[in-house]
Ligand binder design. Structure first.
Ligand SMILES: NC(=O)c1ccc[n+]([C@@H]2O[C@H](COP(=O)([O-])OP(=O)(O)OC[C@H]3O[C@@H](n4cnc5c(N)ncnc54)[C@H](O)[C@@H]3O)[C@@H](O)[C@H]2O)c1
Ligand SMILES: [Zn+2]
Ligand SMILES: [Zn+2]
Length: 366
């Protein structure tokens, strides 16, 4: 099969012919139909991620069709439409059994090393083993993944749209729906209008927020935020907190969301949350070693801070539900897709992302 290989950090990905072994027990072979190009792929490709390794096949925003299943697979069968999950749901670990978190503990260690759960790989090239990435490796025509890391979705859903639910979109939606549990009639401020922030705007709208203020540096992105339900938009700057206080009778917002990855903006998001009960949800991933500064007085006077990984979405249960809401017309996915690419244009996807040209490039496989 064809796959985009990260051969060396900082160099373009190389589309090559790789071998993919048959799925083993509990594993599934998926024919990919579409895959979004996300910042995390570029972050690893650049060499900035300290836990990164090469060679590997990047890609984690995949959607496709089950081609075949290995022994003991009970959750899926050939023909099922699936979204790939870098965060699985085994359904049995202490975290899966608890409603408070989506951080499944089942396969974390081996996944982090680039292995499938049994500690081996299915990817190779002329006998040389190639490691998997995020347990997904979806910049490829096919992938083998554990069944617990695949969400079975409505087969009517267009897969080039559904793939966005594999990462950024679910992260933003879930931050509002699951982590913050935004209440109807409330005021929310979302910092950042990339895929995650726009998802959070949409999530606040679905939860019935009355006012949704979106803050970004790009007018084009703020326009997209309006399309997702932002009632007010602001250009970010040093004075953002003061401006939000002015908009909220001096109190701040019931809910704030940070989706930029910038620790200064995280601090603004904490300070723009309302005294008494304001909840700041941090979704952005900060640089290595960076810390978030909070003056304790902000906490003592009733603000709270929460972090959100993959929007608190338990993938196998939660992603199909979000896709159903999209199919019901509640979530407008089309505006997020700015470019459709072929696999051999994957590096162009990175360039478009660096140029902030659109929100998402989606690779489509033939
Ligand atoms: N928690 C998770 O599970 C999870 C999942 C995916 C991505 N992320 C992280 O979420 C963050 C956002 O991801 P994305 O794909 O939307 O990124 P993105 O780069 O597309 O969007 C970030 C946005 O923040 C805006 N921004 C930058 N500085 C700003 C400022 N001072 N004030 C206001 N806005 C500002 C940018 O203009 C941009 O539109 C990243 O840090 C990413 O790593 C987290
Ligand atoms: Zn991602
Ligand atoms: Zn689990």
């Amino acid at each position: 099969m064809q796959a985009a290989v990260l051969e060396e950090f900082g160099k373009p990905l190389e589309v090559q012919e790789l071998e993919l072994a048959e799925p083993r027990a509990g594993e599934v072979l998926v024919r990919l139909v579409a895959c979004g190009v996300c910042h995390t792929d570029l972050y690893t490709a650049s060499g900035a991620d300290p836990s990164g390794y090469a060679p590997t096949v990047l890609g984690h925003e995949g959607a496709g069709v089950v081609e075949s299943v290995g022994p003991d697979v009970t959750l899926l069968e050939p023909g099922d439409h699936v979204v790939t999950l870098f965060s699985p749901q085994c359904g049995e670990c202490i975290h899966c059994l608890d409603a408070r978190t989506n951080l499944c503990l089942a396969i974390r260690d081996e996944q982090g090393k680039g292995h499938l759960p049994d500690g081996t790989v299915r990817l190779s090239r002329g006998g040389e083993e190639i490691r998997h990435f995020m347990g997904t490796s979806t910049f490829a025509e096919y992938t083998v993944m554990p069944e617990i890391a695949l969400a079975k979705i409505n087969p009517e859903a267009p897969l080039d749209h559904a793939c966005l639910f594999a990462c950024g979109l679910s992260t933003g939606l879930g931050a509002a729906i699951n982590t913050a549990k935004v209440e109807p009639g409330s005021t929310a401020v979302v910092f950042g209008a990339g895929m995650v922030g726009l998802g959070a705007v949409a999530g606040c709208r679905l939860q019935g927020a009355e006012r949704i203020v979106c803050v970004d540096l790009s007018d084009d992105r703020l326009e997209l935020a309006r399309g997702q339900g932002a009632t007010e938009v602001l250009t970010g700057g040093e004075d953002t907190v003061e401006r939000i206080l002015e908009l909220t009778d001096g109190f701040g917002a019931d809910y704030t969301f940070e989706a930029t990855g910038n620790v200064k903006v995280m601090r603004q998001a904490v300070e723009a949350a309302r005294m008494g009960w304001g909840l700041c949800t941090v979704a952005g991933v900060a640089g290595r070693g960076e810390t978030l500064d909070i003056v304790p007085r902000f906490l003592i006077t009733g603000r709270r801070v929460a972090g959100s990984s993959f929007g608190g979405v338990k993938g196998r249960e939660g992603v199909p539900k979000l896709v159903d809401r999209y199919m019901a017309g509640e979530i407008d996915v089309e505006p997020f897709i700015s470019h459709h690419l072929k696999l051999d244009e994957v590096n162009r996807g990175f360039e478009l992302m660096e140029a902030q040209d659109g929100i998402r490039s989606v690779i489509q496989y033939d």
